[in-house]
Design a binder for this molecule. Structure first.
Ligand code: SAM
Length: 386
């Protein structure tokens, strides 16, 4: 049977690709994604300067190393430190600054809005925020202040699994991240989302639904990476994972532990948190949303420090996110262990990244690198800068 490979693939067809094991067919998928990337968004690689503003977080996500319950040293960057990182992004012609943090109430509406205004006044940088679930009022204010983009992964489209691994904030009710992403779009943000690949309890049919949801949400940016277990979190501890899977089965969820994955139909099998599956997800994302911006993520580079970043760029990716967080804070933003670039200066990271993209015949994009999908939807004739 010939497998269809186009923008309109059904979730069932997407799933067939996700479980495909023939090396020839997988190569065909990855090549098709690379050609699609070249055709729609070109050979530029956009550098986003990532600044991890704070590791304070009020949430207790079962997967995350900066979850509130962990007793770790906490930090919050000062305004001057953030501006210094923005200066570096500007000097290196990154075009975009990504400000990410845990859900930290001290990064309040006023502080973030003032920061955005100052960065916009001083540097020619697009601003991407990734500050978690915040109020509509805050999001509107930050957009008005000049923020351009917002990243909020829905992590998995399987709602029961999402709520199991992402408990609500204290004194709050569970939030629907898909609804939140639609609000961000209405507020005028360029919207990015994504998932972790290989979350315990995630099946191939869940992952196929995730990809279908990227298309339904018509995302401007899609960021995905393998789930990397952190031994100091509940999802990094096998005995607790088994408990979680059992409680989900009791809830009627058709998921199984890794141990017995080969005994069940493909759709019900646990997704592995490996690079092979991650690259298929990147490739399928590129094919179904050909002019979105898609990063080769840090989690990919963490699993394969030698070739991971390049491989991600060769199966659909067109963005990388060098880390500009000051060295003294790097190891404290340990969302998962051995995060790529943790012990390396920003200068080294950038030099390595430029060498890596050159080796695969790509070049650094100059300008803000807005998502061509976003520009198209908003009727802009302006082609993304080259
Ligand atoms: N608090 C914000 C939020 O939740 O969107 C931004 C920070 S959060 C640490 C950024 C992303 O890190 C999450 O969306 C999640 O996908 C990823 N992440 C956290 N723990 C991870 C893990 N153990 N393995 C892989 N990715 C992880």
């Amino acid at each position: 049977m010939t497998l269809s490979l186009n923008q309109d693939m059904t979730a069932a067809e997407i799933e067939t690709w996700l479980v495909e094991t023939s090396p020839d067919k997988i190569l065909l998928l990855l090549r098709h994604a690379d050609n699609t990337r070249r055709h729609y968004v070109g050979d530029a690689v956009w550098f986003r300067g990532l600044v991890e503003l704070s590791n304070y977080c009020r949430r207790n996500c079962l997967y995350c190393g900066v979850r509130a319950a962990r007793r770790i040293e906490r930090y919050r960057m000062t305004r001057d430190e953030i501006l210094e990182s923005a200066q570096k992004a500007h000097e290196w012609n990154f075009g975009t600054l990504v400000m990410q943090a845990g859900e930290d109430s001290a990064l309040d509406e006023e502080f973030v809005a003032d920061l955005i205004v100052e960065i916009k006044e001083r540097f020619e940088l697009a601003i991407t925020l990734s500050l978690g679930e915040r109020t509509e009022h805050e999001w509107a204010r930050w957009k008005e202040a000049g923020a351009d983009r917002y990243l909020l992964r829905f992590e998995t489209s399987n709602r029961q699994l999402f709520h199991a691994i992402h408990p609500p904030a204290p004194n709050s009710s569970p939030q629907d991240r898909v609804a939140l992403l639609r609000r961000l779009r209405d507020l005028g943000y360029e919207v990015g989302s994504g998932v972790m690949i290989g979350i315990p309890g995630q099946s191939f049919s869940d992952l196929a639904q995730d990809l279908a949801l990227f298309r339904e949400l018509d995302l401007d940016m899609i960021g995905c990476g393998p789930f990397l277990p952190h031994s100091s979190t509940p999802l990094g501890r096998v005995e607790l994972i088994d408990g979680l899977l059992h409680s989900q089965e009791a809830n009627g969820l058709n998921v199984r532990s890794k141990v017995d994955r080969f005994c069940f139909p493909a759709a019900e099998r646990q997704v592995p948190n490996d690079l092979a599956t991650t690259f298929k997800v990147l490739a399928l994302s590129r094919i179904i949303l050909p002019n979105a911006n898609i990063p080769s993520t840090t989690a990919i580079a963490t699993l394969d420090g030698q070739k991971g970043r390049q491989s991600g760029l060769e199966c659909g990716g067109n963005v990388i996110m060098p880390n500009l967080t000051p060295m003294k804070y790097r190891k404290l933003y340990e969302i998962y262990p051995n995060k790529s670039g943790t012990g390396e200066s920003a200068e080294t990271t950038v030099a390595t990244a430029l060498k890596q993209i050159g080796e695969i015949g790509r070049f650094q994009g100059v300008g803000s690198g807005s998502s061509p999908r976003f520009l198209e939807r908003n009727g802009s004739n302006r082609k993304t800068e080259r």
